[in-house]
Design a protein around this ligand. Sequence first.
Ligand code: HEC
Ligand code: HEC
Length: 462
Amino acid sequence: MTNKLTSFIIILGFGWILMSATIDLDNLFNYANQDIPDYIFRDNTDDNPIDDRTATLGRVLFYDKNLSNDGTIACASCHIQAHAFGDPDIQSTGVNGLTGRHSMRLVNPRFAQEEHFFWDERAETLEAQTTQPIQDHIEMGFSGTNGDPDMDDLINHLESLDYYNTLFEFAFGDTEITENRMQLALAQFIRSIQSFDSKFDEGLAQVDNFTVPFPNYTPQENMGKNLFINTGLEGAGCADCHFPPEFSITTNTQNNGVITVAGMPGEIDLTNTRAPSLRDLVNPDGTLNTPLMHDGSFTSLLDVVNHYNDIPDNPENTHLDGRLMDAEGNPQELNLTEAEKQSLVAFLRTLTGSDMYTNEKWSDPFDPDGSIKIIGGTLGIAEESLSPFISISPNPVVHTTTVEANLGHFKIQVYSSTGKLLFEKEADQQTILDLSKQASGLYFVIVKDEQGKSYSKKLLKR
Ligand code: HEC
Ligand code: HEC
C-alpha cells in the first residue's frame, strides 16, 4: 500500500516535471528558418532578421507578467494564441482599465505590406510598436506619468530576474537590458508568428494563380474568391485593400466607414486605416476568433459583408476611402445577393490555418505559478584540452588577439566564463578576435575543425 502510494507520487512528480514549462537553450525552436510559401514575397524584416536565440528571449518577454507594473498583465493577456493572438473581448483589460480600441490579431505581421502598426498606423515600425503597450498607462503601466513607474524602473526590475541575465547574454552576448534590445527581441518573436496552412494555401499551391478556380474549393468558395478579388460589376473589390495572398492592408488606405468608438457611444474616430491580415478571422473550430474592426463592433463575417454592401452615409466621415465610394462620391452600395454574401463569408473561412493556434514555439513558457525554467546553454568546458595546433597571441589580450590553427577551415566560438556564447566566426589558418568591447576576465575560445572536433583554450582579457 505504502509502496504503491510512493510510486504514484513519484510518477505524479515525474509527470509534472515533463509537463512544466522549460526553455532548453540547447534545443531552440526554429523561428529563423521556417518554411515560407514561394508566392509570399512581402517581408518587413528590414534590419532586424529573426535569430532563434533572440526570438526565444522575445517569447519569454511576450508572456511575462513582470512587464506590467502590478505583475498581472503580459502582452499575451490581450494577444491570446488560441484566438490568433487577438482578444475575444471587445476592449481588453490592462492594469488601469479597458483599452480604447479592440486588440489586434497578430497574424503574419512580418508579411504585411503596410509597415506602420496599430489600427491608426501611429507606430513607425514593429520595433517601435513593441514597447508602447509597456509605456501605456492603461495597458501595462510603465508610463512615467500618473504616478506610474517608468521604463528605467522596469529595466531595473528585469535585471533582478536571473533568467533575463541568462537570456539577454544568450541573445546579445552580455547581460545588459535596454529598451532597444527588448524591441528587437519582441519584434522578432512577433514576426515569427506565421500562418500558411489554410485551405487557401493548399489551393494556391495547386494552381499557382489565385485568379483561377481552386480545385480544392467548393463552387461557393470559388464564387466568394472571385467576388473578393474582382472590382466593378463582377466583384466586391475587397482585394483593392486586402491584397492576396498576404491579405494584409495596402498602404495609403483611408477608413472603411467604421467610425464608432468602443465604449463611447456618440464619439467618432476617423483615423483607423490599418487592419491585421484577413487570414485567421475564424478559429479552426469555425467560430470567430475575435469581434472585428477597431471598435470590435462586428460579431460575424456576415456583419462585415453587410457593412461593405451598404456603407452608412455619415456626413461626419470626411475620410472614407475613395475606393469605397461610387462615381458620385457617395458611400458604395454593392447590391450583393444573399448567395453572393454567403459565398464571400465561405471564402473568408478558407483563410484559416491550424498550426499557429497550438505550435509550442509560440506558446506560454511560464508555469501557472509564474516561474520559468531555463536549461542548457552551458558547455562542459571547465578544463582546457590542449592542442598543439592552436595558438592565441597575445594572451592576455588588451583589445585584439590573433588565433592561429593548422586545421584548414575552422570555426571559432568565444564563450564567457559562465559558458555563454558571445560570438562566433569562421576562419582559414588565422583570424583576429576583437575583445575590446568585452569586460576584463576569463574567456573560453573553442576552435572547431570541419569534422566537428573541438578544442578549447582559455583567454584572459585585461
Ligand atoms: C491590455 C491589452 C494589451 C496588452 C497588454 C498588449 N496589447 Fe498589443 N494591442 C492591444 C490593442 C488594444 C491594440 C490596438 C491598439 C490601437 O491600435 O490603438 C494592440 C495592437 C498591437 C500590435 C499592432 C498589430 C498591427 O497589426 O498593427 C502589436 C504588434 C501588439 N499589439 C503587440 C503587443 C506587444 C508586444 C505587447 C507587450 C509588450 C502588447 N501588444 C501588449 C492590446 C494590448
Ligand atoms: C478601401 C479599402 C478597403 C476595402 C475595399 C475593404 N476593406 Fe476591409 N478593412 C479596411 C480597413 C481600413 C479596415 C480596418 C477598419 C477599422 O477597424 O476601423 C478593414 C477591416 C476589415 C475587416 C476586419 C479585420 C479585423 O481584424 O478586425 C474585415 C473582416 C474586412 N475588412 C473585410 C473586407 C471585405 C470582405 C471587403 C470586401 C467586401 C473589404 N474588407 C473591403 C479597408 C478596406
